[in-house]
Design a protein around this ligand. Structure first.
Ligand code: PGA
Length: 254
């Protein structure tokens, strides 16, 4: 594939996998993906499996991410996890503002922007999720919603930080539903997001930013999605829970 941005494919394990199950999955991935160099591969286990998965991926091409992080550095924030704690486990990426957190934890664009700043301050890379609901798409609101999410969740980042930020476009109606955006819908929406980034930052930054697609990505649709000009990888939920399907997604995209 002839794109100057390296593909990045991340597995969002959500609230799945005990430590034993997580290690089992990583064992399988290490075997299946040992020779893959063309793609940045990231696994995002739950916090409870972080220490063990961190040790297990040390000698591999798998990089570690988490599914959230506090915007604060330390202190009285019950239940929260700070960047310094993640760095102890060699975490490199942090998913922020996933639609499930926007919905269930009521995370706002402003909060996500604070978290993104904290992630960069710790020299980690955020994967910032945006996406419209079915009602919003059907109501012709997709671009308006995405423009608001993009400008709000990325507010305050420097150009250098933005260039190192990964954006994940995840139409909410495609997450865990088996419905995928068509390749044309994905390309069109990714191009729109890139244009917004160009407006907010500049063209050079926009050309460098990697935009992942997420929402029912599976081995059968991954290649076509990632062959689109502005689709630079995938954020995978359900299909990332098994070594075979996640590896097949990665191999099919090369
Ligand atoms: P899915 O989830 O692949 O199961 O649709 C994607 C996500 O929520 O990141």
């Amino acid at each position: 594939m002839n794109k100057d941005r390296k593909l990045i494919i991340a597995g969002n394990w959500k609230m799945n996998k005990t430590v034993a199950e997580a290690l089992d999955l990583v064992r399988g991935l290490k075997i299946e993906l040992a020779n893959v160099k063309e793609v940045d591969i990231v696994v995002c286990p739950p916090y409870t499996a972080l220490a063990d998965v961190s040790r297990a991926v040390l000698d591999s091409n798998l990089r570690l991410g988490t599914q959230n992080m506090s915007e604060h550095n330390v202190g009285a924030f019950t239940g929260e996890i700070a960047s310094v704690m993640l760095k102890e486990f060699s975490v490199r990426y942090v998913i922020l503002g996933h639609s499930e957190r926007r919905q269930y934890q009521k995370e706002s664009d402003a909060l996500i922007a604070k978290k993104a700043a904290a992630v960069h301050a710790a020299s980690l890379k955020p994967i910032v999720c945006v996406g419209e609901t079915l009602t919003e798409r059907e109501g012709g609101q997709t671009e308006k919603v995405l423009a608001t999410q993009v400008s709000g969740s990325l507010a305050g980042l420097s150009k250098d930080q933005m260039a190192e930020t990964i954006v994940a476009y995840e139409p909410v109606w495609a997450i865990g539903t088996g419905k995928t955006a068509t390749t044309a819908q994905a390309q069109e929406t990714h191009a729109f997001i890139r244009r917004q980034i160009a407006k907010l930052f500049d063209e050079t930054v926009a050309r460098r930013v990697r935009i992942q697609y997420g929402g029912s990505v599976k081995p059968s649709n991954a290649r076509e999605l990632m062959s689109q000009l502005d689709v630079d990888g995938a954020l995978v939920g359900g299909a990332a829970l098994e070594a075979r399907s996640f590896s097949d997604i990665i191999k099919s995209s090369i």
